[in-house]
Design a protein around this ligand. Structure first.
Ligand SMILES: *[C@@H]1O[C@H](CO)[C@@H](O)[C@H](O)[C@H]1NC(C)=O
Ligand SMILES: *[C@@H]1O[C@H](CO)[C@@H](O)[C@H](O)[C@H]1NC(C)=O
Ligand SMILES: *[C@@H]1O[C@H](CO)[C@@H](O)[C@H](O)[C@H]1NC(C)=O
Ligand SMILES: *[C@@H]1O[C@H](CO)[C@@H](O)[C@H](O)[C@H]1NC(C)=O
Length: 267
């Protein structure tokens, strides 16, 4: 009869050998690396305890679609560029050239507005502003000349915004501005009834608003916490959900402080 311990060892060795035959495509860590077709890499995560703690609870995966959660709503993630460290999101409740939606604000959490704010490649257009709006008076320097585009172009060239002209037969004021303006002033304070935002703004000179790409491009920084070392050792970067201290998640049953050592698995 085989010694039970020997039998156990054989099984363990078998398990280890068969594991090493599979590429790391089926990750052993508790961190999912895909949502639909979008890759989920550090610093983001869709599982609590994975990714960087600063980005905790920002993403929600419905199975097929990835959403970026803000104070003002769930924005659909269109793409993430891990090299350029940008993420393009689209707010389904935002007005665009083709659809007018009820008035609302864009509000990020305090942490989001620091670690993943809209980049300078995102321009906000404040629309249907009253003549008393701060951006026409005290804060008029917050509005800039956006590649020579005018309010009339938006009110005239967009089906959704034509209605703003219909009351007075003239164009109410508008303002092209950056994220900081909407960050510090709500639409009520700005005294503009709507906003829209668009991206890839460097290429929009001479192109009408019907052809702009609506949405926001967010720009993020990757915290330098030695994640590369963990991933190279086969782990996934995560953190202790109670303390927020970085951890290297090696398997569903083992976490390391820095990297997954093969020695530790065999111990
Ligand atoms: C490893 O860390 C993850 C994420 O914080 C946690 O869910 C899991 O329970 C930890 N596992 C062990 C064995 O400590
Ligand atoms: C994701 O969103 C759904 C629907 O709003 C919600 O029920 C769920 O709790 C969210 N999940 C996370 C992890 O926030
Ligand atoms: C435009 O703004 C005025 C207030 O300045 C508001 O009464 C009107 O409803 C707005 N138009 C639309 C279509 O929301
Ligand atoms: C805005 O900039 C364009 C060049 O992009 C220039 O032709 C135009 O005169 C400027 N408009 C104003 C009001 O400064």
């Amino acid at each position: 009869m085989q010694h039970p311990l020997k039998h156990h060892l054989t099984l363990t060795l078998l398990a280890l050998t068969s594991l090493s035959h599979f590429p790391p495509a089926s990750p052993l860590t508790p961190c999912r690396t895909l949502c639909g077709t979008t890759a989920i890499n550090y610093p983001f995560s869709i599982d609590d305890g994975c990714g960087a703690p600063q980005y905790r609870s920002m993403m929600n995966c419905t199975g097929t679609d990835l959403f970026f959660m803000t104070t003002s709503g769930r924005y659909k993630v269109q793409s993430i560029d891990y090299n350029k460290q940008t993420m393009v999101v689209y707010d389904p409740a935002m007005s665009t050239c083709s659809i007018l939606q009820p008035h609302h604000d864009f509000v990020m959490t305090d942490v989001e507005s620091v670690v993943i704010p809209p980049s300078s490649d995102t321009v906000f257009a404040l629309l249907n502003c009253s003549i008393d709006s701060p951006v026409l008076n005290r804060y008029k320097n917050l509005c800039f000349n956006f590649s020579g585009h005018s309010c009339d172009e938006l009110y005239g060239g967009c089906n959704a915004f034509r209605v703003f002209r219909s009351f007075t037969n003239s164009s109410p004021p508008c303002c092209f501005t950056g994220y900081d303006t909407v960050k510090y002033m709500s639409m009520n304070i700005l005294d503009c009834s709507h906003y829209t935002s668009f991206i890839n703004v460097d290429g929009l000179k001479g192109i009408g608003p019907a052809d702009w790409v609506y949405g926001m491009k967010l720009s993020y920084a990757v915290p330098d916490t030695g994640c590369g070392r963990c991933t190279r050792s086969g782990g996934a970067c995560g953190y202790d959900t109670e303390t927020g201290v970085m951890m290297c998640l090696c398997s569903t049953s083992m976490n390391a402080t820095r990297e997954c050592g093969k020695k530790l698995i065999l111990d």
